[in-house]
Design a protein around this ligand. Structure first.
Ligand code: MG
Length: 360
């Protein structure tokens, strides 16, 4: 089987409401959707969603990188995923978003060629994964609206924090009082605190029964991350500090974190993500599968398949497509019990079609 073409489409869909994190505000889902065509008549779908606040990438740059990849990948066998990733990694450094789009599309083709849903190819432990629901930064009164998510069926609320101590305490207090004691609350500071400040704050927030905190300090502050992990009563998860398997190896070797959050847009796709999962599992560190707030749902089908397939992926934050006014595809996972992503039994990602009418 050979790749005969790779089409790249741009898409922007407004979110139901703007989403604020400590680094800035997100208003749209923004994606490059790719269709990799083959001489076997199989087409693979992939998505790369640049998140400028997190990865520094943008839509025109991602489109250009995909053009570079297209030239190199035509003629290759899309099922040779190690080879495909090697070609991309030699051609362009970093650029996880463009690489993820190609990697996901090749996995979709692999599944279709094998006649298996992706979760079966990746490990097959389960066909279902439960996601949390994320609350953006706002006034404590509005963030207490998290209770509506709980009433709808979510059992885990992830809340964005990371602006200043007084406001962050008021936010978490308001959410805990609103949702009651039976709901898990996880925090995400998106690099918003300094290490000592984080430890002092987490000691105070601990009374609200916090499951974990994501990325308390700047992504490059490795010593600060270690300090928080060693001194905070709340377990710490690396997000922006863990891009790929090399970061994961250093983080777990030095016991700098308790958990790692994998996003396909950071690491460049499922192939690299599996390496992170394996390194973490060997160190006794559990994984959360996350997504960019800008994702439209296609890449979430891939992330959910990996999350369901492997036992060391014990948490999921795959809620971005819940905030979209419309999905740009048909098929894929269905949602049961409000919070459970149930994967398609169709081969590959299980997508039926991309909605061309939503392309730019
Ligand atoms: Mg995060």
């Amino acid at each position: 089987m050979k790749i005969t073409d790779m089409k790249v489409h741009m898409m922007q869909v407004p979110l139901v409401r703007p989403f604020r994190i400590s680094l800035g505000v997100i208003t749209h889902a923004v994606s490059c959707l790719v269709e990799i065509e083959t001489d076997a008549g199989i087409t693979g779908y992939g998505e790369g969603s640049p998140g400028p606040l997190i990865t520094g990438e943008n839509l025109p740059g991602t489109v250009e990188t995909l053009r570079v990849f297209r030239e190199k990948l035509i003629g290759m066998d899309p099922r040779d995923i190690e080879g495909i990733n090697a070609v991309m990694n030699r051609a362009v450094a970093y650029a996880g978003t463009a690489k993820a789009a190609v990697d996901i599309a090749c996995h979709d083709i692999l599944g279709k060629a094998a006649g298996l849903p992706l979760y079966k190819l990746l490990g097959g432990l389960s066909n279902t994964i439960e996601t949390d629901m994320t609350v953006g930064i706002d006034t404590p009164e509005l963030m207490a609206g998290a209770k509506e998510h709980v009433a709808a069926g979510f059992r885990v609320i992830k809340t964005k924090v990371g602006t200043n101590i007084a406001d962050d305490i008021a936010r978490v207090k308001a959410i805990r009082e609103a949702v009651g004691d039976d709901v898990k609350i996880r925090l995400d500071a998106n690099q918003g605190w300094h290490a000592r400040e984080a430890v002092e704050l987490l000691k105070r927030l601990n009374e609200y029964d916090i499951e974990l905190v994501e990325q308390p300090v700047r992504r490059f502050d490795f010593e600060g991350l270690k300090y928080v992990t060693a001194n905070s009563p709340v377990p710490v998860m690396a997000d922006e500090s863990c891009w790929d398997s090399k970061d994961a190896l250093r983080l777990v070797s030095e016991r700098a974190v308790d958990f790692i959050n994998i996003k396909l847009m950071k690491c460049g796709g499922l192939w690299e993500a599996k390496k992170i999962v394996n390194i973490a599992e060997a160190a006794g560190v559990e994984i959360m599968l996350g997504c960019m707030a800008e994702e439209s749902g296609i890449a979430i089908n891939a992330a959910a398949a990996l999350g369901a397939a492997l036992g060391n992926i014990t948490r999921a934050d795959l809620d971005a497509s819940f905030s979209l006014k419309a999905l740009p595809y048909e098929g894929g996972f269905t949602i049961e019990n409000t919070k459970d992503l149930v994967l398609s039994e169709n081969p590959g990602l299980g997508l039926v079609r991309l909605k061309e009418e939503m392309f730019q």
